[in-house]
Design a protein around this ligand. Structure first.
Ligand code: C2E
Ligand code: MG
Ligand code: MG
Ligand code: MG
Length: 283
């Protein structure tokens, strides 16, 4: 009868909201403990040059498995970390571990790291990143920061200052998930990005519908004109990779080339790929 009366609906709705709020609080508390204990770690997903299919870098993606909650997706815990003020320490932990791991990779491989919107309004973000790079001895010119359009909207002036400080030491800046959310081409005039990542929604439909194909080609032309590198996200099928390569897309990322893997597996993969080369001897 809850469905029949307006009041009943309100009660059911409230109970669901209460359950959801409880779950968020449980995740928040467990996440605080995990960050304090150093139990959140980066996995690494290869980014390839589409023509040669060679790996040119890796994106660090936060991974967390709680004893009671099990595996929790970053799509769930990152927004909670942001809302509850845990994103700063979480991000520093993951970047430190990522930089430590990436130090053992071949020197030409870059490390890409995601920044959340709230980190782009916090003027300490830049200092924290620079101090982690200094302490781990990781070359800032090998680091890329991924930000989204949403991240630039809250306080564009603050975001720009943080981004410019990072760029000054050679860190490169990517615009992530391009084409979804609050896209504004005006943003591309105001901000200088080194790289643009085409959201996987376009890649997913590139073989099926003409609009996606046209949009991707337009994005590629725009990137070329603006002097930006480009990476297509979420490539799962060979046919998608071929089509993107035909269109002149230089960079790719997705399950076709590799799923995110932990630091040890990533190092093993790199050693295998460079077997007999200078890398295998050096490490
Ligand atoms: P993102 O930065 O756009 O990262 C790409 C996401 O797409 C990752 O999901 C990756 O595992 C997934 N992916 C890669 N290739 C494929 C594919 O071929 N098919 C499909 N279906 N998915 C693919 P993940 O790891 O679950 O991360 C989700 C989001 O959480 C990330 O999206 C990013 O926004 C955020 N995130 C992850 N780690 C961090 C972090 O350390 N800090 C911050 N601030 N955000 C993070
Ligand atoms: Mg990303
Ligand atoms: Mg992305
Ligand atoms: Mg995304």
């Amino acid at each position: 009868h809850a469905k029949r009366s307006g009041r009943g609906r309100v009660v059911v709705y409230t109970r669901e909201m209460e359950e959801a709020a409880k779950r968020v609080t449980r995740i928040e508390q467990a996440l605080r403990r995990a960050v304090a204990a150093g139990d959140v770690a980066p996995h690494f997903q290869p980014i390839v040059d589409l023509n040669s299919r060679r790996t040119i870098g890796f994106e660090a993606l936060a991974r967390w498995t709680d004893r009671d909650l099990g595996f929790v997706s970053p799509a769930v815990f990152i927004p909670i970390a942001e809302e509850r003020g845990i994103i700063g320490p979480l991000s520093q932990l993951v970047l430190r571990k990522a930089a430590e791991a990436a130090r053992s990779w071949p020197k030409e491989m870059f490390l890409s790291f995601n920044l959340s919107p709230s980190q782009l309004v916090d003027q300490n973000t830049g200092l924290h990143i620079l101090s982690i790079l200094e302490r781990t001895g990781f070359d800032p010119r090998r680091l890329e920061i991924e930000i989204t359009e949403t991240g630039l909207m809250t306080d564009p002036a603050s975001a720009e200052k943080i981004v410019e400080d990072l760029r000054r030491v050679g860190i490169r800046v990517s615009l992530d998930d391009f084409g979804t959310g609050q896209s504004s081409l005006g943003r591309l005039r105001e901000f200088r990005f080194d790289k643009l990542k085409i959201d996987r929604a376009f890649v997913a439909s590139i073989l099926e519908d003409r609009p996606s194909e046209h949009i991707i080609r337009a994005i590629l032309a725009m990137c070329e004109g603006l002097g930006m590198d480009v990476v297509a996200e979420g490539i799962e099928m060979e046919a998608q990779a071929e089509r993107l390569t035909q269109f002149g897309c230089a960079g790719g990322q997705g399950y076709l080339f590799g799923r995110p893997a932990d630091a040890a597996a990533t190092l093993g993969y790199l050693r295998e790929a460079h077997r007999g080369g200078s890398f295998a001897r050096a490490v």
